[in-house]
Design a protein around this ligand. Structure first.
Ligand code: HEC
Length: 135
């Protein structure tokens, strides 16, 4: 009978260990990753993104954008660079391309492919890269 109590008695301890193992460090501030290659919103842990779109998806989408707009949002050619734009500005521009309020050669067709959640996520991602790229 005494033995039957012990699994229950161990439960708080087990829970303590499990929670201790799961507690991830708080999201890393931008500064500590400054010298790393651009991977801004890749702060580990599933709790990081508030958007339904995972940060990895945002990065994949952003890599598309960088193909034309230049790595780190700095465009080498006639296509406008994105490094001067905030997340809100990028998202707003994409929405107006998407709904046709802004005329475009390419961006309208491109932006139509993305959901609003994806637009917000990729805009936040690119703005994060922009912040890191600045001195
Ligand atoms: C095929 C090349 C190409 C790709 C890929 C592309 N863009 Fe563009 N982007 C352009 C061009 C060209 C323009 C100028 C408007 C136009 O003619 O479509 C532009 C304009 C913009 C602007 C407006 C900039 C300003 O100064 O007002 C934003 C914001 C933008 N793109 C964001 C994005 C994002 C975010 C992505 C990825 C989801 C992306 N673009 C992918 C070519 C591209």
């Amino acid at each position: 009978m005494k033995v039957a109590i012990s699994p229950l008695a161990a439960l708080p301890f087990v829970l303590l260990v499990v929670t201790a193992c799961q507690s991830t460090p708080p999201p890393v501030a931008d500064g500590s990753q400054a010298s790393a290659p651009p991977a801004p919103s890749s702060a580990p842990g599933p709790a990081a993104p508030r958007s339904p779109v995972f940060s990895e998806t945002a990065r994949n989408i952003a890599n598309n954008c960088f193909t034309c707009h230049g790595p780190d949002g700095k465009s080498p050619a006639a296509i406008p660079g994105l490094s001067r734009l905030s997340a809100e500005q990028i998202a707003a521009r994409l929405r107006s391309f998407k709904n046709g309020t802004a005329s475009s050669t390419i961006m309208g067709r491109h932006a139509k492919a993305y959901s609003n959640a994806e637009i917000d996520a990729v805009a936040a991602y690119i703005a994060g890269v922009n912040k890191q790229a600045k001195p």
